[in-house]
Design a binder for this molecule. Structure first.
Ligand code: S3P
Length: 175
């Protein structure tokens, strides 16, 4: 398989919390011989604190601002022709402005996971601020789907990592 994309060399993995974005992105990057970047981890490194702390101390709006800023930086890296597999945060693609920025830039892939699987993967010692209230978490899962549908591609995320990679490598975006 040729590991070149028909577009700017970025693969953006999106989907709800617990859908496996980071795990799949890491392994996919390894397979392609590309670099991997996790948007949340980049924010934490740049701010020298945790996402949970940013939410608590500075609020969600400020987190979203940092998220967009970091996404822009990552996109610039890709434009300098550094092929990257990017694990987005669960809310990144749900923001209209982020989606507009990403349009036609690399390839966006939605890891579509059932709510049951997402719930299983989100542990009790949960550090994600938006997963703390079960009712809101469920509502967010439903509300986000319409935005995720706008990704270039959707794959079934209810499977082992290997199968997810296989689905991505079979997409018609590769040369
Ligand atoms: C969020 C998801 C988290 C993180 C933050 C907000 C969301 O990322 O960006 O807690 O809005 O869904 P993961 O999807 O990687 O957990």
């Amino acid at each position: 398989m040729d590991n070149r994309l028909k577009r700017t060399p970025g693969v953006y993995l999106l989907g709800f919390m617990g859908s496996g974005k980071t795990t799949v992105a890491q392994l996919l990057a390894e397979r392609l011989g590309w670099d991997f970047v996790d948007l949340d981890a980049e924010i934490e490194a740049a701010e020298n604190t945790t996402i949970a702390h940013i939410f608590e101390a500075r609020g969600e709006a400020e987190f979203r601002r940092l998220e967009t800023e970091m996404l822009q930086k990552i996109m610039r890296r890709i434009e300098r022709v550094t092929p990257l597999v990017v694990a987005l945060g669960g809310g990144t693609f749900a923001q209209d402005s982020n989606r507009a920025m990403l349009k036609g830039h690399g390839v966006s892939v939605w890891l579509d996971c059932s709510f049951e699987i997402v719930q299983q993967r989100i542990t009790e010692a949960e550090t994600r601020p938006l997963a703390r209230d079960p009712e809101k978490f469920r509502r967010l899962y439903e509300d986000r789907r319409a935005a995720y549908e706008l990704a270039d591609f959707r794959i079934d995320g209810n499977c082992e990592v290997e199968q997810a990679i296989h689905q991505i490598l079979e997409l018609p975006c590769w040369k």
